[in-house]
Each structure stands twice: as structure tokens, then as C-alpha cells.
Design a protein around this ligand. Structure first.
Ligand SMILES: NC(=O)c1ccc[n+]([C@@H]2O[C@H](COP(=O)([O-])OP(=O)(O)OC[C@H]3O[C@@H](n4cnc5c(N)ncnc54)[C@H](O)[C@@H]3O)[C@@H](O)[C@H]2O)c1
Length: 332
């Protein structure tokens, strides 16, 4: 099939301004013509007229039909991909209350994902792929997947940005290029508890556990820098990562659309099925691969050290707590 239909929510936001043009530039989906459905909340949706004008004026080679709407169900019809970027950020005043607590954020954003999940399950393609970017991404994806109740669709939460950040720090440490590092796995939650697995990377053919023999650097530099990178960007920019998040979303799409090179893997969070003794029924960062037939699967032959298992448990415990905080949304 030479067309692909892509729904993007939060289309008037920062990430989307970087993301959307690159969906139609011929890189992300190769030769395919890309039909776009841009979704925003009713208060903002009219702003998308300007974005559509810009996209038309850019003469992108692969741009197909383009539509903007605040009606998610309409947008979802027969879509192949859903990039769920839209969410309410921390600090915003919502229904008269300033949203500061993670529990409030989980409830408000989780509520959005019930409706969107139901619509994706009913109206999206049976083999649709869904990438949740909006935070808290893992638990939003869990809620959406539950509401969709359609096991042939693939729900992912984005951890590619964490993987890109880890790769960048490791390439500096090892004095090698970013593309010399493969198998960069992020385990757990897209939050400061996530675990970037330096031991299982392969850098110029050698395993990370042999290359990085400096636990002081791992504990005091590598892990804190990668885990706190999102906050560092916010502290400097006064806004959350946008262009790097957009690139990571595109990288995730490309990784799912093309077979993974033998021996490599990529990072995203998917529903846990007990692999690696991870608790079942959470959306957890794991190593993935795309088969030559286009199926995205968990890579199951990674060996985890006791150090890694301890770090991953901190993150999966957090995901279990998040799941408990939205239990009401998972019973709908
Ligand atoms: N997973 C990651 O690695 C990662 C990285 C960076 C940012 N993020 C998250 O991505 C999200 C978006 O970031 P941003 O910088 O683009 O934020 P932004 O505030 O600039 O844009 C978000 C947009 O979403 C829209 N929106 C809210 N609810 C919606 C709904 N129900 N349907 C459609 N649109 C809706 C808002 O109107 C807004 O325009 C945030 O939650 C942010 O924390 C995730």
C-alpha cells in the first residue's frame, strides 16, 4: 500500500511543530504518500489552519490529504498510525485548579486517553500502531490500550528520547560516533526512574559491560544525567524538550516501519507479558525489534545483571503505583 494515514494529537503544540513537517518530507515513511489528521482541543483547533497553510506552502513531496479537527473519532477512521502528543502539562490551571501533583496529572491526562483509546479501538486500522508521547506516557498508553480493547493494535509509549540521550552521553565517554552504538535499551518508565542499559550496548562490536569499567561514572554521571535530562532542558529553556522529542518520535516510527538489523534492537515501552520477570500488565520500556514481515516484537535474549535488575525494579514499582492511581480509569 502506498499511502499511510497518520493522526497527530496536540498538533498545535511545540513538539508537533517540529514533528509534523517531517512526517511528509519523504524520510519517515519513504515512498508512501502521507494523509494527515491533525487534532486539537476545541479552544485551539482553529490555530491549525495556519499550520496547514505552512505545510501546503512548503511543497513537501509526500503530503497527501490534510485535515484538522477537534473530533478525534472522525480523525481516527482507518488510521494506520496515531502519534498521541496532546496532553495537559504540569503547572497549568485546569478547571480552576493548578495542576502540580503527579496524581492529578495522571487522572486528567488519563481521562483523555480513555476516549481516545475507545475511538482507536473502534475506528483505527486493525493493525494500527499507536505511539504515546504525552506524559505520563506509559500510564497514558496503558489506559488507552485498555480502553481500545483491540489486541491486534500495538500501543507504545515513547522512550526513544531517553535512548537518544543515553547514546549521546555514551558516545562522548567512549569517544565514538553515535551511530557506532547499537542496542541502546531503556527499561521501565519514561520518568527519572528509567534505566538506560549501558551494559548491553554494543559499541564498535564490543559489549558495553566490557567497555565501561567505571561504576563511579555510571552512578554519579551517566545515570543522573540521562535520567534528569528532561528537567535540565526545562530548567534552561523554560519549556520541555520539543525538537529532540519530535526527532525521537520520528525515529520510533522509522524503527517500526523498517526491519531491525540483525542483532540490534530499539527502545519503546509496550505491554509487559512477564518477559525478563517484569511485572505483567504495565507498559514498560523494553528492547524491541521489527521483523522482515513488519511485526514489532519484544527481543527476549538480553542478559540482565543484578545491578540492572535492581534499577529496573525501582522503575517498575513506580509503574505499578501509577497503575494503582488510575485504577478507576482501567475499569471502564
Ligand atoms: N515521551 C517523551 O519522551 C516526551 C518528551 C518531551 C515531552 N513529552 C510530553 O509531550 C507532551 C506535549 O509536549 P509539548 O511540548 O508539545 O506541549 P504543548 O503544551 O506545547 O502542546 C500540547 C498540545 O496538546 C494539546 N492537547 C491537550 N489535550 C488534548 C487533547 N485531548 N486532544 C488533542 N490535543 C490536546 C494542547 O492544546 C496543546 O496544544 C507533554 O505531555 C510533554 O510532557 C514527552
Amino acid at each position: 500500500m502506498n499511502r499511510v494515514k497518520v493522526v497527530v494529537t496536540g498538533a498545535a503544540g511545540q513538539i508537533s511543530y517540529s514533528l509534523i513537517p517531517r512526517l511528509v518530507d519523504g524520510h519517515t515513511f519513504g515512498d508512501k504518500i502521507v494523509d494527515l489528521e491533525l487534532v486539537e482541543i476545541p479552544q485551539v483547533v482553529d490555530k491549525l489552519e495556519g499550520l496547514v497553510m505552512e505545510l501546503e506552502d512548503s511543497n513537501f513531496p509526500k503530503m497527501g490529504n490534510i485535515n484538522y479537527t477537534s473530533n478525534f473519532e472522525e480523525a481516527a477512521k482507518d488510521a494506520d498510525w496515531f502519534l498521541l502528543v496532546g496532553s495537559i502539562p504540569r503547572g497549568i490551571v485546569f478547571n480552576g485548579k493548578k495542576i502540580e501533583e503527579r496524581a492529578d496529572l495522571l487522572q486528567i491526562n488519563g481521562g483523555i486517553f480513555v476516549g481516545q483509546g475507545q475511538a482507536i479501538g473502534r475506528f483505527g486500522k486493525s493493525d494500527a500502531k499507536i505511539l504515546v508521547v504525552g506524559n505520563p506516557a506509559n500510564t497514558n498508553a496503558l489506559i488507552g490500550r485498555h480502553a481500545a480493547s483491540n489486541d491486534s493494535q500495538l500501543w507504545m509509549a515513547m522512550t526513544m528520547l531517553d535512548s537518544s540521550r543515553a547514546r549521546s552521553v555514551l558516545s562522548k565517554k567512549l569517544h565514538i560516533g553515535i551511530s557506532d552504538i547499537s542496542k541502546m535499551i531503556i527499561w521501565g518508565n519514561h520518568s527519572p526512574t528509567m534505566y538506560p542499559d549501558f551494559e548491553n550496548i554494543v559499541a564498535n562490536g564490543s559489549p558495553g559491560k566490557d567497555l565501561i569499567d567505571d561504576m563511579d561514572w555510571v552512578n554519579n554521571k551517566f545515570l543522573p544525567v540521562v535520567q534528569q535530562r528532561g528537567k535540565a532542558v526545562i530548567d534552561s529553556r523554560g519549556a520541555s524538550s520539543a525538537t529532540s522529542a519530535a526527532k525521537a518520535a520520528l525515529d520510533t516510527v522509522v524503527a517500526c516501519e523498517n526491519p531491525t538489523a540483525s542483532g540490534d534492537c530499539f527502545s519503546a515501552a509496550v505491554i509487559s507479558d512477564g518477559s525478563y520477570d517484569l511485572p505483567e500488565g504495565i507498559i514498560c520500556g523494553m528492547p524491541l525489534m521489527t521483523t522482515p514481515e513488519g511485526k514489532v516484537e519484544i527481543v527476549r535474549d538480553i542478559v540482565l545483571s543484578d545491578f540492572a535488575k535492581g534499577k529496573i525494579k525501582i522503575s517498575t514499582d513506580e509503574l505499578i503505583d501509577e497503575r494503582a492511581a488510575v485504577e478507576d480509569l482501567l475499569s471502564k
